[in-house]
Design a protein around this ligand. Structure first.
Ligand SMILES: [Mg+2]
Length: 390
């Protein structure tokens, strides 16, 4: 079996109305017009000489056409190779740019789309799901949390909490950190969220790097979250501030989680060696695909770090990839089940309509996967044609 063709397709859905940044990223108001201008994704489709097609996705937070170009530049090195040699092909892609300053960022996201499509082909060629190739069904039922509540009027938040409970969730996450100077005001809302959700709901917090460079505020907020029995404290600091995370983990008893904005096993190894985190949240569509993500999760296991895969507002391709990794990983904890788009006023067709996730059942906050070959997804070509960029 040989790789015959590699195609990357960039897609974008413009915002009907420009929105404010929905998360607490630094300088949120100034960057919102660029970062939250469109829903974006980049899909990779690889075809073999015997007609098998594999699908992958590159995490796309800025330029889909840049990712598309990178994939097309790498492609000639891969044509003619056996797509089932995932390790060797991963190493080849890594070798192209490793000593040229691209061990993070766009290049790793482009690699992710290709690597994932190869695993899809691998599974389809054998007629088995990707989780079977990774090591089998360690977790037949995947615990999920609803992502995410955004701090606003408590009446709206109460309705959202009720809706998640009615839909069967026993765990949910809220976003904080938009106003670091007024963190005490935010904590008053957090207290109300806890009071309304009740003690039997697992609650997590996510800062999206909002206290980056402000260790003391990060520490004070962490202590306040502990007081409310919050399960984890996610991304309070900048993505690779290992010293900062190690400091917080030493001072706090709340679990420290991070990883969605980091990229490769060497970077994560430094977090693990420092005992800087309790929960790792790398995203396979950013951290160079399934091949690298499995390694990061396995390495975390050796350091008693739990694995809780990140899923942002991306398409169901990425969401499905995380489900396969979750089914396999021995240290899997909980899955981020996105329940809304970052623009709540405008539905994201790339998320909901590009493909459906192979979910057999969702009950009592747990997903059971269907047993389909490869990733188990079929692409809706109508959506591809409607939103593809020239
Ligand atoms: Mg997050």
């Amino acid at each position: 079996m040989k790789i015959a063709e590699i195609e990357a397709i960039a897609m974008a859905v413009p915002m009907e109305e420009q929105i404010a940044a929905p998360i607490s990223m630094p300088r949120a108001d100034e960057v919102a017009g660029v970062v939250f201008k469109e829903y974006r994704t980049t899909m990779v489709r690889i075809t073999t000489d015997d007609g098998i097609t594999g699908i992958g996705e590159c995490m796309t937070r800025l330029s889909g056409t840049a990712l598309r170009d990178i994939v097309h530049y790498i492609a000639p090195a891969l044509i003619g190779r056996d797509p089932r040699d995932v390790e060797s092909i991963w190493d080849l892609m890594w070798s192209i740019m490793m000593n040229r300053g691209h061990v993070k960022g766009f290049y790793q996201e482009a690699m992710a789309g290709i690597d994932t499509a190869l695993w899809d082909i691998f599974g389809k060629s054998l007629g088995v799901p990707v989780w079977r190739l990774l090591g089998g069904k360690t977790n037949p039922k995947i615990w999920c949390y609803a992502s995410s509540l955004r701090l606003r009027d408590i009446a709206i938040l109460r309705d959202e909490i009720d809706k998640h409970k009615e839909n069967g969730f026993n765990a949910m996450k809220f976003k904080i950190g938009k106003d670091p100077m007024n963190w005490r005001g935010e904590m008053k809302l957090v207290e109300q969220i806890r009071a309304h959700a009740g003690d039997d709901i697992t609650l997590m917090s996510d800062v999206n790097c909002g206290y980056s460079g402000d260790l003391k505020t990060a520490l004070e907020v962490g202590r306040a979250l502990e007081g409310e029995g919050i399960y984890w404290y996610e991304e309070p600091l900048a993505p690779d501030d290992i010293d900062g995370y190690a400091y917080l983990r030493d001072k706090l008893s709340i679990r420290i989680a991070t990883g969605e904005a980091d990229f490769n096993k060497y970077s994560f190894a430094r977090f693990f060696k420092r005992d800087a985190i309790d929960i790792v949240q790398h995203d396979a569509a950013r951290s160079a695909g399934i091949t690298e993500s499995r390694k990061i999760a396995d390495m975390a296991d050796a350091f008693r770090v739990a694995y809780a895969p990140h899923n942002g507002s991306s398409s169901n391709i990425i969401m499905t990839v995380s489900l396969h990794l979750a089914t396999y990983a021995p240290n899997f904890l909980i899955y981020e089940y996105m329940q809304s788009d970052w623009n709540k006023e405008q539905r994201n067709p790339l998320r909901w309509d590009l493909c459906q996730m192979p979910i057999k059942e969702f009950k009592d906050s747990h997903i059971v996967l269907e047993e389909k070959p490869g990733l188990g997804i079929d692409i809706n070509e109508e959506i591809v044609e409607r939103y593809r960029l020239p």
